[in-house]
Design a binder for this molecule. Structure first.
Ligand code: PLP
Length: 398
């Protein structure tokens, strides 16, 4: 007998973004005027029509188990959204509704990975990917990208990394943390390679509605029959509809994969929350003007934040085309001192910003980029102005 706990579970890191957000909230509740640039969630309330749909679901007694992989009504709404927005045909039985995008991704890795299978993750990556891959017995393999290339996949580098053990590539567009968006031509090259070498694409399109400067979101699965077969498309209502707390994500995949994921989910969590499913139906089928209003507000904040970063010495950022993050190169701060403390990493800079200037930012070591910090502009313009003033004071004191 042994009381030793699971080695695999113990190796999973805590989400540092959630930890920073929690620390900022704690400081705020103790009366400190903290500006939070950490959270990856819209500051807007869930639109009223969606909230009302949730209330109505409760009043109507829609409070019991639903089919484990989601209601027929919501799958139909997701199927219509895939057709209209993504130009993708997924029948309702190819769709699985889950408890948020993270849960959808967990289902995907559980469905496709066998022990030792490699999953290629382009760097910088959303910090959850490697942990999920490991939890599902896969092996994360990191594909470095270059700033000069907009942190996008270089097809030759990808080719070099593909091995007989490659099971899948994670493709996140628009990307968290860089804000980059893949063009159709770039996606086509990746799709051609996936078809030639026969690996899956896990297309995380959670930020698909949040694109700027007229840049178009393209779903890789829409580029042809062969890549469609090899792609699992994943999205949800969290970011676009300001519904992070409702926990609804979804996938479109082959019927076979959808069936496996439904079975896993039926044992793991049963259905996603029935009330949230009704609210998600309203989100997808009701008036869409609120998402455009939020997108425009994010765009305005994006431009303002980028302009302020451009005015700072020692740091720089590429123009983000999508999502709601600025990804800032802090290597110019290395070796500088703040009141006797030497800065040797972006984490050092982030710690000083939080403790001394009361600005919460995300140091990106857990995103594979220890010289970068991520600022979220999913917060009010007043907060962004205040936070950028404080960052400016910090940098000019160095
Ligand atoms: N994918 C990416 C790239 C994300 O940034 C997030 C959330 O931060 C998700 C998926 C998961 O979203 P959800 O809140 O629906 O789990």
């Amino acid at each position: 007998m042994s009381l030793e706990l699971s080695k695999k579970a113990k190796s999973v890191k805590q989400s540092s973004t959630l930890a920073i957000t929690a620390k900022a909230k704690e400081m705020k509740s103790s009366g400190i005027d903290v500006v939070g640039f950490g959270a990856g969630e819209p500051d807007f309330d869930t639109p009223e029509n969606i909230r009302n749909a949730g209330k109505k679901a409760i009043d109507d007694g829609f409070t019991r188990y639903t089919p484990a992989s989601g209601t027929a009504e919501l799958k139909k709404a997701v199927s219509a959204k895939f057709a209209e927005f993504n130009h993708l045909h997924y029948d309702p039985d190819q769709i699985v509704i889950s408890n948020g995008g993270k849960h959808s991704l967990t289902n995907i890795f559980q469905a496709i990975t066998n022990p030792g299978d490699e999953v290629i993750i382009p760097v910088p990556y959303w910090l959850t990917y490697p942990e999920l891959v490991k939890m599902c017995d896969g092996v994360p393999v990191f594909l470095e990208t270059k700033k000069e290339n907009g942190f996008k996949i270089d097809i030759e580098d990808l080719k070099a990394l593909v091995s007989p053990a490659t099971k899948a590539l994670i493709l996140n567009t628009p990307c968290n943390p860089t804000g980059m968006i893949y063009s159709k031509a770039e996606l086509q090259a990746i799709a051609d390679l996936a078809v030639e070498k026969d690996f899956f694409i896990i297309a995380d399109e959670m930020y698909e509605y949040l694109t700027y400067c007229g840049k178009e979101h393209v779903s890789i699965a829409s580029l042809g029959e062969e890549i469609y077969k090899r792609t699992i498309t994943c999205s949800g209502v969290s970011k676009a509809y300001a519904m992070t707390g409702w926990r609804i994500g979804y996938t479109g995949s082959s019927k076979e994969i959808a069936k496996i994921m439904s079975s896993i989910q039926s044992h793991e969590t049963s259905n996603p929350n029935s009330i949230a499913q009704k609210a998600a139906v309203e989100a997808l089928t009701g008036p869409q003007d609120a998402i455009e209003m939020m997108r425009q507000a994010f765009d305005e904040r994006r431009q303002y934040m980028k302009k302020r970063i451009d005015g700072l010495p020692l740091v720089s950022a590429l123009e983000p085309d999508g999502a709601f993050y600025c990804f800032i190169d802090c290597s110019g701060l290395y070796g500088k001192e703040y009141r006797g403390a030497k800065i040797e990493s972006a984490a050092d800079a982030a710690a000083i910003l939080l403790e001394e200037f009361h600005v919460a930012v995300v140091p990106c070591a857990d995103f594979g980029c220890p010289t970068y910090i991520r600022l979220s502009y999913a917060t009010s313009m007043d907060m962004i102005e205040k936070g950028m003033d404080r960052i400016e004071s910090f940098v000019s004191e160095l």
